[in-house]
Design a protein around this ligand. Structure first.
Ligand code: AMP
Length: 191
């Protein structure tokens, strides 16, 4: 199996690059943001529990996120691998993911960390807000909060993977194709 973590701040291009990586390497996409939005749309209890955090751009509590990922892993048998997008966002989530991977007799092969300057992120997210219909992309204060939550709570996760020798930083600015080539060059070392 090939299991990747695609890491980076909101607006770094994780969703876009995930689509390309999934096609090239035949992986199953696990985006916790997408999963939460699906639950919200379906009005499930999990969606209701997550909504107040998402509305403010804060992190949903670890146990909710981890339980949801565990479910998704259990319900995706026989895949060639996973790409985790927007997860893990805390050290507790990263530890839980390692545990889940080993329960499934596999492991995270490598982590790809997209790096994009903050003013570019703000520009991209405000732009995305015009068409995505995402409430959390429409308000500058909420976007700034998400970036600040990322800086405070999520950046330590990069170190967690660095300590395992799995961190690869990738410049997330340029054309979609160029960024995809940079990512593929790293992934190719693991297939
Ligand atoms: P995203 O689509 O990844 O930007 O996620 C949208 C929102 O969902 C975030 O602002 C959080 O409120 C919540 N969320 C998504 N993934 C996670 C996660 N791994 N941990 C905590 N909250 C998350």
């Amino acid at each position: 199996m090939l299991n990747l973590v695609l890491f980076g701040p909101p607006g770094a291009g994780k969703g876009t690059q995930s689509e390309h990586l999934i096609n090239k390497y035949n992986l199953t996409h696990i985006s916790t943001g997408d999963l939460f939005r699906k639950h919200l749309g379906e009005g499930t209890q999990l969606g209701k529990n997550a909504q107040k955090y998402m509305d403010e751009g804060n992190l949903v509590p670890d146990e909710i996120v981890i339980g949801m990922v565990e479910d998704k892993l259990q319900n995706t048998p026989g895949t060639q691998g996973f790409i985790f997008d927007g997860f893990p966002r805390t050290i507790a989530q990263a530890e839980a993911l390692d545990k889940l991977m080993s329960q499934h007799n596999t492991q995270i092969n490598t982590m790809l960390a997209l790096q994009v300057p903050e003013e570019e992120l703000l520009k991209r997210l405000l732009n995305r807000g015009k068409t995505s219909g995402r409430a959390d992309d429409q308000n500058e204060a909420k976007i700034k909060n998400r970036i600040s939550v990322y800086n405070k709570e999520t950046t330590p996760v990069a170190n967690y993977y660095k300590n395992q020798g799995k961190l690869n930083t990738v410049k997330g600015v340029g054309s979609i194709e160029d960024i995809f080539e940079r990512l593929s060059a790293i992934v190719d070392k693991h297939v």
